[in-house]
Design a protein around this ligand. Structure first.
Ligand code: ZN
Length: 296
């Protein structure tokens, strides 16, 4: 058995999984608004799951932000009260169990590489394109975290091969300008559409509009496909993964899997591209699944 907990901005999900990946127990609670209550809520969930399954082993946590290798403290979490906390140490003391932490993109990559669409491939690049744009790398079923705990974090590198209209108005929340995340995310797609069409539509609505002949919708989708292709081409040129698995809200856009591979040829430094681009096997449950695999 394995235990994974996904600490999200609004919900905390805990799951106990069998060795074959089947759920034995799964529970969701609301995320409290302070750190002390968060620790108490996780303890209660872990105790409940132990009662129902008899599992008393280590616990993997999927969480926002990252753990500083230098201080052990959480940084860059959008659940802001976590920032500056030694979450791993505090959880281990509260639960009296071993605890490992990783961020959502890493947990997604791990889950897809070991049990999902990337199973059987040597190097897997897992991408989350949702409100933001994150990534994680798994090689030979091992998560690569890197010397600075930022391996795979492609969202805050500049958009490669920019064209004229891509230089302005792309200030990123991280303090830099021109980050991939300001081009490749659900929010960026919505912003692009709203700027030209003057009305708000979400990703799926933009897809439907394009299918019904909306030329603005079609143009912004083609633009984002080319930008994703450029971003992924940069990853292929450096890491050369066997497979790229897309996750997050925008991974539900089916046309990406047809259109993006063809666009890679313009940017990848090779005449032959055998890297696969695929949908995830597990969507929303990749957080708990990947967290549980941190102790595999
Ligand atoms: Zn940035």
């Amino acid at each position: 058995m394995r235990c994974g907990i996904d600490v999200g901005g609004t919900k905390i999900e805990i799951a106990i999984l069998a060795d074959n990946g089947a759920f034995l127990c799964r529970e969701r609670t609301n995320t409290p608004d302070n750190y002390k209550e968060l620790l108490d809520t996780i303890k209660k969930s872990v105790d409940n799951s132990a009662k129902s399954t008899g599992y008393f082993g280590p616990v993997g946590i999927c969480m926002p932000g990252s753990v500083s290798k230098h201080t052990g403290l959480i940084q860059g979490a959008n659940t802001t009260y976590l920032n500056g906390q030694n979450f791993q140490k505090d959880l281990q003391a509260t639960l009296n169990r071993s605890v490992r932490l990783s961020n959502d993109a890493n947990c997604f990559a791990l889950s897809e590489a070991i049990e999902g669409s990337g199973k059987g491939y040597t190097v897997v690049f897992g991408v989350i394109i949702g409100t933001g744009c994150g990534g994680g790398i798994v090689a030979n079923e091992q998560l690569i975290t890197g010397a600075n705990s930022i391996a795979g974090e492609w969202g805050h590198t500049p958009l490669p091969w920019p064209v004229e209209n891509e230089f302005d108005n792309h200030d990123c929340w991280c303090g830099k300008t021109g980050c991939l995340e300001t081009f490749i995310s659900g929010s960026a797609l919505m912003k692009d559409y709203e700027q030209i069409a003057g009305i708000k539509k979400d990703g799926q609505e933009i897809v439907v509009a394009s299918e019904n002949g909306d030329i603005v919708a079609e143009a912004v989708l083609q633009a984002v496909e080319d930008r994703i292709a450029r971003g992924l081409a940069m990853i292929i040129n450096i890491l050369d993964p066997d497979i790229i698995v897309l996750g997050g809200g925008l991974s539900n856009i089916n046309r990406f899997y047809k259109n993006i591979p063809g666009k890679l040829h313009g940017y990848v430094f090779s005449d032959n591209i055998s890297t696969k681009l695929t949908k995830p096997k597990y969507g929303d449950s990749s957080g708990v699944r990947g967290a549980a695999l941190l102790f595999k």
